[in-house]
Design a protein around this ligand. Structure first.
Ligand code: ASP
Length: 356
């Protein structure tokens, strides 16, 4: 009798334990710190993540009005991407349209509002990549293209090449019927004054060939990564580069693998920061490679690249955004801020600027 009663009690205990096991497991994991909230971030079936540049962005030095302007523009860009994705459109269309909106805004260092080279010009770089077939297109050092991201897409879709530069890219644009804008279209007083301040600070002449870039990073590149309803990933990045960069300098943004990468098997990523480091690390591809060869999750891979590898090359070196084929997303930066945002399949928007 007693032993039967004991058996029943044990069975009840073991059923209760197995029912509670998932909960107990999760509680243990979170207590041990293995399940940080960001590990659980997902957009659902489709969605998009964007950045508007990382850098020394401090809450105390930004007015409330300025902060609101950035957040409004990031939200507008995310919503435009979401409209495409929610109607069953492609991630490629979504990232292009979203980046165009950011390029058209003088707030960001891409398209209108791009930073100036040491020669006082605006030279723009951009790239786009399709995770479905690894096709990609890019343009570098263009000076008369209003939306470099759209020209990058044309390079991808209408040429057998991946990267076109300078006059070559512009004559291709003309041949495709793209309107070219005068070079002063990109000029903003704010960026011009940034160049003057750096020159004064560094006491360098416009023609000095060892002129340093802006020493404290204020990167303003824009980028978007998206997952569509068919499970396809895409990434796009566009920039004016670094203030006071040498004439002809090309950064990471138009280099597939360095500033932009997308592969349906792993993730889509876009970077912002000191481009030379991103190129040397092949930063965006490295996130995908860690997932592919070391079975890292997106967030683990991205944290290692941003907080170990990039930081190892230089402080305040930048940030990355990414989304994987399951809709998990990550945004990591080793600077004091990064303009960033995400929209999920329900259309819920989250935007941020400063450190969490
Ligand atoms: N990564 C860009 C470059 O080096 C700069 C930026 O992110 O703002 O050209």
């Amino acid at each position: 009798m007693i032993s039967n009663e004991l058996k029943r009690h044990r069975i009840r205990l073991s059923v209760t334990f197995s029912r509670c096991f998932p909960l107990i497991f999760l509680v243990c994991l979170s207590v041990s710190g293995c399940l940080a909230p960001s590990d659980l971030r997902t957009v659902g079936k489709f969605g998009m993540v964007i950045h508007g540049g990382a850098g020394t962005i401090k809450r105390e030095s930004m007015s409330k009005e300025r902060e609101a302007q950035y957040k409004e523009k990031l939200t507008e860009a995310l919503k435009a991407g979401h409209e495409i994705l929610s109607k069953g459109g492609t991630s490629l269309d979504a990232v292009e349209v979203t980046v165009r909106i950011l390029e058209d805004s003088p707030l960001f260092n891409a398209g209108k509002g791009a930073v100036f080279t040491n020669a006082g010009a605006n030279e723009l770089d951009a790239s786009i990549m399709n995770g479905e077939d690894l096709s990609g297109g890019a343009v570098a050092s263009v000076t008369r293209i209003k939306n470099p991201i759209s020209l990058a897409r044309l390079v991808m879709e209408r040429t057998p090449h991946v990267l076109l530069v300078r006059e070559g890219a512009e004559s291709f644009a003309r041949a495709q019927g793209m309107e070219l804008v005068p070079t002063d279209y990109f000029r903003t007083e704010r960026r011009w004054q940034q160049l003057q301040r750096i020159k004064l600070k560094k006491k360098v002449k416009a023609t000095t060939f060892n002129s340093p870039f802006e020493s404290v990073g204020k990167f303003g590149t824009v980028g978007a990564v998206a997952l569509d309803q068919n499970g396809n990933l895409a990434a796009a990045t566009s920039t004016g580069g670094l203030t006071n960069k040498l004439y002809g300098r090309v950064g990471d943004s138009p280099i597939l693998g360095a500033g932009t990468y997308a592969d349906n098997k792993t993730c889509a990523t876009s970077g912002t920061g000191r481009g030379e480091y991103f190129i040397r690390l092949n930063a965006c591809y490295d996130v995908a490679a860690k997932m592919k060869y070391q079975s890292y999750s997106l967030v683990e891979a991205m944290r290692e690249v941003v907080h170990t590898d990039l930081l190892g090359l230089g402080k305040n070196s930048g940030g990355l955004i990414g989304i994987d084929r399951f809709g998990n997303y990550a945004m990591e930066f080793n600077t004091s801020g990064m303009y960033r945002g995400v929209i999920d399949d329900q259309g819920e928007v989250k935007v941020g600027i400063f450190e969490p």
